[in-house]
Write a protein that binds this ligand. Structure first.
Ligand SMILES: *Cc1c(COP(=O)(O)O)cnc(C)c1O
Length: 409
């Protein structure tokens, strides 16, 4: 059996193969960047058109009630909760990941008075580090303590640590933390644990209850297919709801927003983290994305992601042995993307895009291929590796025309 035949066989047996049909992908494109921007749900254009032209254009302010604008964040949270292993009332859909992280870092520091240290990874997605430093500065002090990996964690935990915050899947290498173990270590030291699920929600077997993690944030426009800038999500474990602070007391987090009272009475639970008026158009896209995942369990999504990454690694080993694999071989320790290091990674990615294989580049030397379990087929990976081989054989990664940097990489 040829590799392509084997891939076709794997696609034929894939229990999630039907999810691809729920998304639009341009003909002939191999899209391996669903971890930056998920493919568009097929329902999105008509739904957004209706929301804009009818609900906004014709019905105007009445749509808050009659078109469900007001309930859209709660409906999104309810659809999302099973993908997190959470209850619907432990999830709020609002704002960007960065803003939600700021809210939850304030929350953690408030819930652990007398402790001023946040532990994070040195290689965190930069916005997470910016936000952490910003929150500590606003609170007038504290310390951001950085670790290089799980091996360093126990050595930095002491009575000053309020929170251990890790991103489950490293955006560069695809390394995956054992969030249950991190949480247990944090709790043993009297600290809380937060997980950033940007590269997990919608792709991996996320289970916040089983992990016992206290807080989580995640992204709406990556594996949830919510569209560019779709709102993000926050999770807060129920045990923290009673004494939950309101770091951004705003009217959609008020117990009775339309009572218009001058004092802030927080809504129950995580709803108090909602902030201001929800972005209805973006939420409409997110609801389409969540519907496009309907019926897929986190365990199924992860099984597919693991099979895809495993197959892709096998193909790279066989056909492109000169590329250094940055992603862990252990399926339990990797997420849903595969990264290779290459001295001309940027040009490699650009040359591949010119050949209709879309991955992305991450500074300084990472070429990254996101294998969304919703839309990626095994046969796409055969095509992708053939094109990587062609780029390398043709020396296209050394060509000037592929080396010029664009604003967004
Ligand atoms: C994508 C991503 C973000 C994005 O944050 P925004 O505020 O939505 O721009 C944050 N953290 C991680 C780890 C990410 O992967």
């Amino acid at each position: 059996m040829s590799t392509r035949e084997r891939a076709a066989e794997l696609d034929a047996q894939d229990p999630l193969a039907h999810l691809r049909e729920r998304h639009h992908l341009p003909e002939g494109l191999v899209y391996l960047d669903g971890n930056s921007l998920g493919a568009m749900p097929r329902t999105a254009p008509a739904r957004l058109q209706h929301t804009v032209a009818h609900e906004w254009g014709e019905r105007l302010i009445r749509s808050w009630n009659e078109s469900g604008w007001y309930t859209a964040p709660a409906r999104a949270a309810a659809a999302l909760a099973p993908l997190l292993g959470a209850d619907a009332d432990e999830v709020v859909v609002a704002d960007s990941t960065s803003v939600n992280l700021a809210k939850l870092l304030h929350t953690a520091l408030t819930l652990r008075p007398g402790r001023g240290v946040i532990v994070m990874e040195r290689g965190s997605f930069p916005t997470d580090l910016y936000v952490a430093r910003g929150v500590l500065a606003l609170r007038g002090g504290g310390e951001l303590r950085l670790v290089d990996g799980p091996q360093d964690l126990l050595g930095v935990l002491d009575d000053d640590v309020a929170l251990v915050s890790v991103t489950e899947v490293d955006f560069r290498t695809g390394f995956r933390w054992d969030v249950g173990a991190v949480t247990a270590s944090a709790h043993a030291a009297g600290a809380l644990a937060l997980v950033d699920l940007c590269h997990s929600t919608g792709a991996l077997d996320v289970d916040v209850h089983a992990w016992d993690v206290d807080l989580a944030v995640g992204c709406g426009y990556k594996f949830l297919h919510g569209g560019p800038g779709a709102p993000a999500h926050c999770y807060v474990a129920r045990r923290h709801h009673a004494g939950l602070p309101s770091p951004t007391p705003a009217w959609f987090g008020h117990a009775e927003p339309f009572a218009m009272s001058t004092g802030f009475t927080p809504a129950p639970g995580v709803q108090r983290l909602a902030g201001g008026t929800p972005p209805v158009l973006s939420l409409t896209g997110l609801l389409c994305g969540l519907e496009s995942l309907e019926g897929a369990t986190p365990a199924q999504l992860q099984a597919k992601a693991t099979a895809l990454t495993g197959f892709f690694l096998e193909l790279l080993d066989a056909h492109c042995p000169e590329l250094e694999i940055a992603t862990p071989r252990d399926p339990a320790r990797r997420g849903a993307h595969v990264s290779v290091r290459h001295p001309r990674a940027y040009a490699l990615v650009q040359a591949l895009i010119a050949r209709d294989v879309v991955g992305d580049f991450r500074d300084p030397d990472i070429a990254r291929f996101g294998l969304a379990p919703t839309t990626t087929r095994f046969v796409d990976l055969v095509t992708a590796v053939e094109q990587v081989r062609a780029v390398l054989d043709g020396g296209e990664d050394t060509q000037e025309r592929f080396a010029a940097r664009t604003a967004v990489t």
